[in-house]
Design a protein around this ligand. Structure first.
Ligand code: OSB
Ligand code: MG
Length: 370
C-alpha cells in the first residue's frame, strides 16, 4: 500500500457514566480518530491519548501535532508492503506511541480490507469469541460499588476489576469478597502507591486477587520487582510497558507475572503481537487492556484479543457501558456467558455511523500526497 490521504478528526463523546481512577474523574473522552486511505480503500484507527497527560505523557493535542507534522509526512506517499513496516518507519520520532499506533492500526484495517479479510486473520488470531471483563471506577461509597459489581456479574462478565487508591483498597475488596465470594477479582492502582506502602499492599494477599495492576510508578520496573518479591498476589504491569524490550526486562527482573497489552501504549498491533509472543515464550499470560475506546478502537481490541496468549479476560466490554449511542451500529454486545463475538467482515468489521462521527467532530484536518 502507498497511503495517499490521512484524515484527522478531533472527537468529543460524553461517557454514559463518569469513570474515576487514582488520577481523577472523567466525564467523557476527547480523542483523535484517524482515517488512512490508499487506492480508494480506507482504514480507521482511534488514538487512545486523553485530553490530559495523567495516564501517559501524551495528550489529544500532542498526538494531533505529532500526527500532522511528523507522522503524516513519513507515511503519505511511502510504499509499505505490510503494516508491520509502519512503526519502524517512525523510529526517528521518540515516544508518542499512541499517536503512532493510531496510524499503524488504521494501516492494519486498510491492509485487511485490501485483502478482503477480517483483521483477526491478518493479525494471526483465531477469530473466536473473547472473554470479557469489566473495569469499575472508584465509587462514592462501598454500597454503590457493591451494587455496580452485582450488575456486571448479572450481565455475565467473566472478571471484575476495581480501581484502587490509598484509602479505597482493602475495605472495598473485603466487602466484595464477603458479598460475592470467590468471583474472579483484581485491582488496578494506576501507580497510586510507593514502596513505603509495601506492608499495606501485603494485606491484599489475604483476598486471593487474580492480580494487582500497576501498583507503583508509571515508569518503574526495579521497584515493582522488589514489591513482587514481597507479594503473593501477581503483579500485572500496564503503564510501565511501552515495548517488547521493556516487557522482557520486566519479566526477567521479576517485576510482574502478567502483562496488560494496550496497542495504543506500545505503538500498535505489530508491537502488541511482539509483546504477546515474548510473554508466551516466557510463560507469562497477557490480557487486553482498555482505554474507554469508542466502538472503533474497541473493534481493533477484540480482533487482537483472539491471539492465543490472551488467556485472561480483558477490559474489552460492551459499548453500552461507555457511549449511548456508540459510533458504530450495531454496538458491541456482551453475551450472557460473558463473551463477545468478533465483528464479521473485512478489516475491523464494524459499521461506522457517519452522522454520529460528524456530530461528535470538533475539528478536521485532511492531509494528502501528492
Ligand atoms: O489503567 O487500565 C487502565 C481507562 C483509562 C485509562 C487507563 C485505564 C482504564 C481502564 C478502563 O481501566 C478500561 C476500559 O474499560 O476501557
Ligand atoms: Mg491499568
Amino acid at each position: 500500500m502507498t497511503p495517499d490521504r490521512l484524515e484527522l478528526r478531533l472527537l468529543r463523546l460524553p461517557l454514559v457514566r463518569h469513570f474515576e481512577t487514582s488520577f481523577g474523574r472523567s466525564y467523557g473522552r476527547t480523542f483523535v480518530l484517524v482515517q488512512l486511505s490508499a487506492d480508494g480503500v480506507h482504514g480507521l484507527g482511534e488514538c487512545v491519548a486523553d485530553d490530559n497527560p495523567f495516564y501517559s505523557s501524551e495528550t489529544t493535542e500532542t498526538a494531533w501535532q505529532i500526527l500532522a507534522n511528523f507522522i503524516a509526512p513519513r507515511v503519505l506517499g511511502h510504499r509499505f508492503g505490510h503494516p508491520r513496516e509502519i512503526l519502524p518507519a517512525l523510529q526517528i520520532i521518540r515516544g508518542h506511541r499512541m499517536a503512532k499506533a493510531a496510524v499503524e492500526m488504521a494501516a492494519w484495517d486498510l491492509y485487511a480490507r485490501q485483502l478482503g479479510q477480517p483483521l483477526w486473520q491478518v493479525l494471526g488470531g483465531s477469530g473466536r469469541p473473547i472473554a470479557s471483563g469489566v473495569s469499575i471506577g472508584i465509587q462514592d461509597s462501598i454500597d454503590q460499588l457493591e451494587a455496580r459489581v452485582g450488575e456486571e456479574l448479572a450481565a455475565g462478565y467473566r472478571r471484575i476489576k476495581i480501581k484502587i487508591k490509598p484509602g479505597w483498597d482493602v475495605a472495598p475488596v473485603e466487602r466484595l469478597r464477603t458479598r460475592f465470594g470467590g468471583i474472579p477479582l483484581m485491582v488496578d492502582a494506576n501507580a497510586a502507591y510507593t514502596t513505603a506502602d509495601a506492608d499495606h499492599l501485603q494485606t491484599l494477599d489475604a483476598y486471593d486477587l487474580m492480580m494487582i495492576e500497576q501498583p507503583l510508578d508509571y515508569d518503574d520496573i526495579v521497584e515493582h520487582a522488589g514489591l513482587q518479591r514481597r507479594l503473593k498476589t501477581p503483579i500485572c504491569l500496564d503503564e510501565s510497558i511501552h515495548s517488547t524490550k521493556q516487557a522482557v526486562e520486566a519479566i526477567e527482573a521479576g517485576a510482574c507475572r502478567i502483562i496488560n497489552i494496550k496497542p495504543g501504549r506500545v505503538g500498535g498491533h505489530a508491537e502488541s503481537i511482539r509483546v504477546h509472543d515474548a510473554c508466551a515464550a516466557r510463560g507469562v499470560p497477557v490480557w487486553h487492556g482498555g482505554m474507554l475506546e469508542s466502538g472503533i478502537g474497541r473493534a481493533h481490541n477484540i480482533h487482537l484479543s483472539t491471539l492465543a496468549n490472551f488467556t485472561l479476560p480483558g477490559d474489552v466490554a460492551a459499548s453500552r457501558r461507555y457511549y449511548a449511542p456508540d459510533l458504530i451500529e450495531p454496538p458491541i454486545e456482551v453475551r450472557a456467558d460473558g463473551t463477545i463475538e468478533v465483528p464479521p467482515g473485512p478489516g475491523i468489521g464494524v459499521h461506522v455511523a457517519a452522522d454520529r462521527v460528524e456530530r461528535a467532530t470538533e475539528r478536521t484536518l485532511s492531509l494528502t500526497h501528492p
